[in-house]
Design a protein around this ligand. Structure first.
Ligand code: HEC
Ligand code: HEC
Length: 516
């Protein structure tokens, strides 16, 4: 297919000098497969290596050892099915995987690359036939087209809801173990995390891990990441639990914590650290961070909120909505310059008011771990109300939210609350239990989020807001891949929150997000 050949070129390693890239000079072709063992020529990716994507190129920069050593445990097969962490977290794809690259791998290997394993790579793990190419194409369709991995989690005992129905298009209809479909979160920029996994399940005492707060950061985060590396090997790589060893866990965590990833080149703007801009991964490596560095919801509360754990964080009540300043210098460029469009997009992100309603985690209850109760029915905020970590964009403190990316729209169950197609996902209905009796207070969603971890009906669909750097390397977006492009993301916010943007505004915002 012609467009795939173009994309294959996109994966070639290119010269770091962006002008050479713009001139079309593509050096040393290489693809990063995360396969083990890597061929001798594929064992080290020096800092400064650019990986092309549809908007330009991204780079992953390591503060340890001058680059990415692909002989480390992150890239080794530690389980039984040939997968490594690198199967789903690739340097070429901002340490996640783009759906287009998964499709390429499918085409190159006729669907036999280790990412294609029925344990969680196929839409369901039973009633499938992967003995033929046709069978594999259909079994792995969600992975090929949306980059989705099946995350099957048991309903916790003692949940205050019952799963009354599951309508899964791929036959995984069990109501005790729920199949949900999620994008690999990038295994980079992890220094900025306030919760590990979409549903925070690697950062909660419920799973033997630790909630990350100001007082225990970064130790708790590192402990959670070590635990996660074992869980990931057991589930995705069908390991027996003996690997990664303690030493390998430490190596994986140190490897991950040293990485910074960002878009480094825009095809229309040139290098993202030119003309006074501070894009690209290198500034991320020294960016200050602590939990609650820019508390947003906290700032709405009287008297400076307490962190669970008893300590006020220095960022409490100091919220600024000016989350990003990378492209301040480009606001002085002539308006026709593409850099000026990126700067306008940054201003929209930082300042355009959004009316936030119906978001579980803000509008129902900003409970902050049970210390405060009551919600804010309607809140005028900005993109940064939820994406508040300066120049990174995730929540600077643990704040699971449900913005409706996995919930059916009011009048059409095939689209989510922002009008994006979710017909390819299961519909899961849960009803609240009162005194052990099923009530008719029910919700239907495609992903139970935090509620599948803590069993709390009020937490249905709550997930974390992810880091917004390196987006261009890893389409599609949202936990369920429902936004195929960044324009889809912007349309979601327009439909969901009544945000009014002109087509120029939309373009500016997309250009900005593409340059992160
Ligand atoms: C089959 C694909 C696959 C493999 C293999 C895999 N992951 Fe992941 N990874 C995912 C998915 C999907 C998620 C998000 C799942 C969720 O949140 O429910 C994820 C999430 C993560 C996160 C959480 C990041 C964040 O922002 O919270 C880290 C860290 C991570 N993986 C590291 C690893 C490591 C280390 C390994 C190897 C031991 C590994 N992964 C192997 C698919 C994979
Ligand atoms: C009310 C809170 C909230 C507001 C306001 C908000 N977001 Fe988000 N954002 C989230 C959450 C939560 C997610 C994760 C949703 C999911 O994955 O399903 C998310 C996800 C995203 C993603 C996808 C990232 C990825 O890796 O898939 C992008 C891009 C994004 N938001 C951009 C924006 C922009 C631009 C704005 C302003 C127009 C904005 N957000 C406003 C909470 C918010």
């Amino acid at each position: 297919m012609k467009n795939l050949c173009v994309l294959r070129d996109c994966r070639r390693r290119v010269a770091t000098a962006a002008l050479l890239v713009l001139a079309g000079t593509i050096l040393a072709s290489r693809t990063v497969k995360g396969q083990f063992p890597p061929s001798p020529s594929q064992t080290f990716i020096p800092n400064g290596t650019s990986f092309l994507n549809l908007a330009g190129a991204s780079q992953t920069y390591s503060t340890a050892g001058g680059g990415i050593d692909e002989t480390g445990p992150f890239f080794q097969s530690l389980g039984t099915n040939g997968r490594s962490c690198g199967s789903c977290h690739q340097p070429s794809d901002g340490m996640s995987v783009s759906a287009l690259d998964v499709q390429l791998r499918f085409d190159e290997t006729a669907g036999t690359d280790p990412i294609f394993r029925t344990v969680d790579g196929s839409n369901c793990d039973h009633n499938i036939d992967v003995s033929t190419l046709q069978g594999r194409s259909s079994a792995y369709s969600l992975l090929r087209t949306r980059g989705l991995i099946r995350i099957a989690l048991a309903v916790p005992s003692g949940a205050n809801y019952a799963v009354t129905a599951v309508s899964n298009p791929y036959a995984c209809n069990e109501t005790n173990v729920i199949s949900q479909y999620r994008r690999p979160l990038p295994a980079t920029n992890l220094r900025f995390l306030s919760a590990v996994m979409w549903d925070g399940r690697e950062s909660t005492p419920l799973t033997g891990t630790t909630k990350i707060v100001y007082a225990n950061y970064p130790g708790a985060l590192e402990g959670d990441l070590a635990h996660q590396s074992v869980d990931a090997t057991v589930t995705h790589a069908q390991g027996d639990g003996t690997r990664p060893t303690a030493a390998e866990q430490t190596e994986i965590v140190n490897f991950e914590m040293a990485l910074s990833t960002a878009q480094s080149l825009g095809f229309l703007t040139g290098p993202l650290n030119s003309v006074g801009a501070t894009g690209g991964p290198v500034p991320l490596a020294t960016l200050p961070f602590f939990i609650s560095i820019n508390s947003s919801v906290h700032a709405l509360l009287p008297n400076g909120p307490e962190q669970p754990g008893g300590l006020n964080a220095p960022g409490d009540n100091l919220f600024t909505s000016n989350i990003f300043n990378l492209y301040d210098a480009w606001s002085k460029l002539p308006s026709y310059d593409f850099g000026a469009s990126v700067a306008r997009g940054q201003t929209i992100f930082n300042t355009r008011p959004i009316t936030i309603t119906g978001v579980a985690g803000i509008n129902d209850d900003v409970s902050l771990g049970g210390l405060v109760s009551g919600g804010i029915p309607s809140l005028t905020g900005t993109c940064g109300t939820c994406h508040d970590t300066p120049n990174v964009g995730n929540h600077s403190f643990p704040t699971p939210l449900n913005i409706g990316t996995g919930d059916p729209g009011a009048s059409n169950s095939h689209v989510n609350m922002g009008g994006l197609d979710i017909s390819y996902l299961p519909q899961i209905t849960v009803c609240q239990l009162v005194n052990g009796q099923v009530t008719d207070t029910c919700k239907t969603t495609s992903d139970l989020g935090q509620a599948l971890i803590d069993g709390n009906f009020d937490h249905v669909g709550k997930i974390k807001g992810p880091i917004l750097r390196g987006l261009s390397a890893r389409a599609p977006y949202f936990h369920n891949g429902s936004a195929q492009s960044l324009l889809d993301v912007v349309h979601f916010y327009e439909n969901r929150f009544g945000l009014v943007l002109s087509s120029q505004d939309e373009l500016d915002l997309v250009n900005f997000l593409s340059a992160l």
